[in-house]
Design a protein around this ligand. Structure first.
Ligand code: FDA
Length: 470
């Protein structure tokens, strides 16, 4: 066992942890990042599969994600626009594939009018929500006690309109069924992206990609730390944050001890930059306060299979299709052109969420692949059935993530525990994109949370040590 000392230990080398680490280092503090995996990036992972470069995790950047855009600029990373020329495809309840342009799906006139009305209603509600404190809305409790699905049922008698509106939050963002999270959680999701309309507008929310892949953000940040200060393959097992037996008896200023299988690091502060569902994999001494232990049990990750299929050419473009496709009735509820910058091969990306993912994951791999490719063929024709490379991202099987894209509360959890999750526990601070306000669930949010945790840590140390420079 090696013994080290630092001012701050950061647990987790995702975008949150590495943003915090680099900022703390710039403030003159000594840091160490301890990462469980043998790579940095967490939910950002760009890799070659059968020679083809894929974004296995997060990839898109939207214009409102200013923290991420600033970081890309600082790190000198270039972006390019998602391919979007041509018609989109929608498959409605009748199973017919129809081409359209713009944001409103080509359903019946009544359904289209209902979709537009629900978007206006949701935009108005979202405008009242502070993404940093949704629990402060005057009707927060009421909104947090009703499921998004039940609320939609109260709003409209048009099932296809409801399914489509649910798709933008349930299948496409929280990746959970609309009956399992509250209206308030849905409003937070939309408020964190600026409006509900932004989620409907694929050209806004899925605007740009990073040339070479978004994992370059954590990789480049990691390059600013010395090898001594970033240790891979070091799951943190235990954090002793006070010698007291009970959290209430902890004394301020005691050193913290962070233990992996090989290292013990003594520090003054710890940032646990892991998603809420993994905080409990660490043993704390003394245990965390009771409500923190409760809170963690009400936040869970969604489930989505991200599928890539590459073809010798982007054949859909010849047919005048952008490849943007939606259907609440298809296994793949949304799909896009995901061709890499400068490549002649064409790549499609599609998503299979929540209960549809459960059903497909229960099938043998070959049957799952066939069902997914058939769903792509329903949008783009038979040529989609024969990719040269095919890959399914399986984040639920990843021990150090356990789902995708991010965490959300169950019914009533946001008002009960939302504010609490932002509070430090003695010398410990917790955070990840899952607790962000703007950029919630996104890399932008991870960067914002990383910056906030670094600022709070510096401020808390300045309190005891005037030498910290920021
Ligand atoms: P993250 O989970 O990345 O990092 C936490 C780190 O902690 C991990 O590296 C983990 O291994 C480590 N860890 C956990 N427990 C540990 C322990 N006990 N000890 C040591 N280390 C530990 N976002 C976006 O902006 N645009 C997009 O297009 C997408 N798309 C998308 C697709 C898919 C498939 C996924 C999975 C995710 C996205 N996202 C996204 C979401 C985005 O990737 C995500 O919000 C951020 O990368 C999260 O960064 P964090 O650092 O907060 O957590």
């Amino acid at each position: 066992m090696q013994h080290l000392e630092r001012d701050v230990v950061i647990v987790g080398a995702g975008a949150t942890g590495l943003t915090a680490a680099v900022q703390l280092q710039r403030s003159g503090l000594s840091v160490i990042v301890l990462e469980a995996r043998d790579r940095v990036g967490g939910r950002l992972w760009t890799d070659r599969i059968d020679g083809q470069l894929y974004e296995i995790g997060g990839q898109w950047v939207s214009p409102d994600q200013t923290a991420l855009l600033e970081t890309l600029d600082e790190l000198n990373l270039q972006t390019y626009e998602r391919y979007r020329d041509g018609d989109s495809v929608y498959i409605g309840a009748d199973g017919v594939a129809r081409r359209f342009t713009g944001d409103i799906f080509p359903a019946s006139e009544h359904t289209k009018a209902e979709i537009e009305r629900l978007i206006v209603t949701l935009d108005a509600l979202v405008a009242e929500i502070d993404p940093a404190a949704p629990w402060k809305h005057p009707h927060a409790a009421e909104f947090d006690h009703v499921s998004f699905r039940s609320w939609l049922e109260q709003q409209s008698d048009d099932a296809e309109a409801r399914e489509n509106i649910a798709l933008f939050i349930a299948d496409a963002m929280l990746t959970k069924p609309a009956h399992s999270f509250s209206l308030l959680q849905a409003l937070l999701m939309a408020a964190s992206a600026g409006s509900f309309s932004h989620l409907v507008d694929a050209d806004f929310i899925l605007d740009r990609r990073v040339i070479g892949g978004l994992q370059q953000v954590p990789l480049t940040l990691a390059g600013q730390l010395s090898p001594d200060d970033l240790r891979l393959g070091q799951p943190v097992r235990r954090i002793r944050w006070s010698n007291a037996a009970l959290p209430d008896d902890a004394v301020e200023g005691e050193p913290v001890e962070v233990v992996t299988d090989d290292l013990t690091v003594t520090a003054r502060r710890v940032i646990v930059a892991v998603p809420p569902n993994l905080q409990n994999r660490i043993e704390y001494a003394p245990p965390l306060p009771r409500l923190r232990q409760q809170s963690q049990q009400h936040q869970s990750l969604g489930l989505v299979i991200k599928v890539h299929a590459s073809y010798e050419t982007p054949f859909w473009r010849e047919d005048g299709l952008s490849a943007t496709a939606f259907s609440p009735y298809q296994v793949v509820h949304e799909a896009y052109d995901n061709t890499n910058f400068g490549e002649t091969r064409g790549t499609l990306v599609g998503f299979v969420s929540d209960e549809k993912a459960d059903r497909l994951l229960a099938l043998p791999a070959a049957e799952r692949r066939q069902r997914i490719l058939s769903s792509l063929a329903a949008y783009y024709g038979e040529r989609a059935l024969d990719p040269v490379v095919y890959f399914e991202s399986d984040w639920a099987a990843e021990e150090w993530t356990q789902g995708a894209y991010a965490a959300s509360f169950d019914l009533g959890g946001l008002t009960r525990y939302g504010a609490l999750q932002l509070e430090p526990v003695g010398p410990l601070r917790f955070g990840s994109s899952d607790v962000a306000a703007e950029g919630y669930q996104h890399v932008d949010g991870a960067i914002r949370v990383g910056r906030r945790l670094a600022e709070e840590t510096v401020a808390s140390l300045r309190h005891v040590n005037e030498e910290v420079s920021v």
